[in-house]
Write a new protein. Structure first.
Length: 414
């Protein structure tokens, strides 16, 4: 894959000016995206309800959306409510812009290119932003928590590599507490024999869930927890036949649309997309089977028996990236913004491509991946068709396939 030719003077621009450009653009984006309603408004409404002793899980908020995150998170963000909806959203987005910067910085550090600014690293940063521009934009437009969750998981890995076990456990436990999407990372640490950190994470997660009991009445606490579990229970039919919204993307949604002639999708276009019409019970079994296949594919990436520790931070980052890339595919109710979790995996693919390590088929796959992720921005007039056929989910699956084809031994040598 040939590198894009760039003007030589770009290499001489100080890193300081690139950072300044990033944050200037970030501030402008935050000022624009803070207008109007967003998911952060739902978080703040739930936070206010909790403070006023109203169960935030018992009712929906804007446009029928529910609050699914932890009570601790609702309490932590409550101070934002004093700023008013616009400025609270603005500062939340600005905080996310800083976290995104730290994520990109840490990814570059894991890949060993953080301290260099040359032609290849310039192309790497440019392509990394281009490949993820749609998911980044969706996170800022919705004022979501995905960037925060990715930051917590990534820096948990960073501190694990640095043998700062308590700090690593604290960040991962906070990610799990806010949103259960981070659980696969805990399982990965366990498989890799990181028993100490796993025990710390479990203890800290329990402590974080129980912490609100210090100031909440036990009856109200249990009422909230019971309703929270009812809302997120993965065995609910709505989490298996996952087509309530056109913008849902994951294996649960994709399989439901491919194997049900008439899924309960009120937004479906009058165009056939199913392969064969199965009954609902068969579709549920198929979803669980495909989930298990995807989860088992991690073993091909690791290629080691359980509980064997590894010292190479390159191997750890490679395996961790694959595990995190699985998350938006195997969990139900995933929106476009959740696929930002594939940024670390995409960064590895781009790094390998820039160093001439992909064959033509892999390069073609990378191009298709880019289109699946970003056609909404490139050709937005057909957005309904992209969501109807779930092309973002196909992009996520292509990321996994390309990762499976990467030789991590050669990556470590590089």
């Amino acid at each position: 894959m040939n590198l894009i030719k760039i003007p030589s003077y770009l290499n001489s621009i100080s890193v300081f000016y690139w950072k300044a450009l990033y944050f200037i653009v970030a501030i402008i984006v935050c000022l624009i995206e803070a207008e109007g309603r967003s998911d952060f408004d739902i978080y703040l409404m739930a936070s206010k309800d909790l403070i006023q002793h109203i169960n935030p899980y018992s009712h929906s908020y804007i446009d029928g959306y529910y609050y699914y995150y932890s009570m601790l998170f609702a309490y932590l963000i409550y101070p934002f409510s004093f700023l008013g909806y616009y400025w609270s959203t603005f500062f939340w987005l600005l905080f996310n812009a800083y976290l995104l910067y730290k994520i990109i910085q840490q990814i570059a550090e894991f890949l060993g290119i953080f301290k260099s600014l040359n032609r290849k690293t310039f192309v790497f940063y440019a392509l990394l932003l281009l490949f993820n521009i749609r998911t980044i934009r969706e996170n800022f437009h919705s004022a979501q928590v995905t960037i925060l969750i990715l930051f917590l998981m990534l820096y948990s890995l960073k501190y694990l590599v640095e043998n700062k076990v308590w700090l690593s456990a604290l960040l991962l436990a906070l990610a799990v507490n806010i949103k259960l999407l981070a659980l696969p990372v805990v399982v990965y640490y366990f498989y890799r024999g990181q028993f100490k950190i796993m025990v710390y994470v479990v203890l800290l997660v329990i402590a974080m869930y129980l912490l609100p009991l210090l100031w909440m009445s036990s009856s109200f606490y249990y009422e909230c927890m019971q309703q929270w579990w009812m809302n997120i229970n993965p065995n609910n039919d709505k989490h298996l036949i996952d087509v309530e919204e056109r913008s849902f993307h994951s294996i649960t949604t994709l399989i439901s649309t491919l194997f049900l002639a008439h899924p309960p999708d009120m937004y479906a276009l009058p165009i056939r997309r199913y392969i064969i019409d199965l009954d609902v019970h068969q579709v549920k079994l198929l979803i669980q089977l495909v989930r298990m296949i995807l989860i088992s594919s991690v073993l091909w990436i690791i290629r080691a028996f359980p509980f064997q520790k590894i010292e190479s931070k390159h191997y750890l980052f490679f395996e961790w990236s694959y595990v995190v890339a699985l998350i938006p595919l195997i969990f139900p109710h995933q929106q476009h913004y959740a696929f930002l979790l594939q940024m670390p995996a995409i960064s590895i693919l781009l790094y390998v491509a820039i160093h001439h390590r992909l064959n033509k088929i892999q390069v073609f796959g990378l191009v298709v991946l880019f289109l699946c992720f970003n056609l909404k921005i490139l050709l937005g007039m057909w957005n309904d068709y992209y969501d109807h056929y779930k092309i973002l989910t196909y992009g996520g699956l292509i990321t996994l396939v390309l990762m499976l084809l990467v030789d991590k031994e050669r990556l470590n040598e590089q």
